[in-house]
Design a protein. Structure first.
Length: 125
């Protein structure tokens, strides 16, 4: 495990961050954790808010780590675990970090632009 942490630190960091955010949502909202309110409160993308309040631009990043239900969380975490390891090995930790965040930000920017009235979340936005 220690070797894995040293070789794939960004993959592990993103997995842990995603899991912590998901668990916090479950603890705070329980059965309502998949509600639009819960997703929004935990940093989900809501294009109308970002367009109306430029100080909400952080919502381009935070939805990457917010997930809508157990299935969504599990599939994204599993994909990150396997694909993240390969990507981090191929491109290195620094480039993988930039690629992951840039991809998430661009996905959220398109979500904001194309469906601004939708509350969205997830690494595959």
């Amino acid at each position: 495990m220690t070797r894995f942490l040293k070789q794939k630190p960004i993959t592990i960091f993103f997995l842990l961050l995603t899991a912590l955010v998901f668990m916090a949502m479950q603890l705070v909202y329980g059965s309502q954790a998949t509600s639009s309110q819960a997703i929004y409160q935990f940093g989900g993308m809501y294009g109308l808010a970002v367009k109306a309040f430029p100080n909400q631009m952080w919502r381009l990043v935070t939805p990457i780590f917010v997930h809508i239900g157990w299935g969504h969380f599990f599939v994204n975490a599993l994909t990150l675990y396997f694909v993240g390891q390969m990507a981090e090995e191929i491109w290195g930790s620094h480039r993988f970090l930039l690629l992951y965040v840039f991809s998430g930000v661009m996905g959220n920017a398109f979500t904001m632009w194309l469906t601004p009235e939708t509350v969205a979340a997830g690494a595959s936005t």
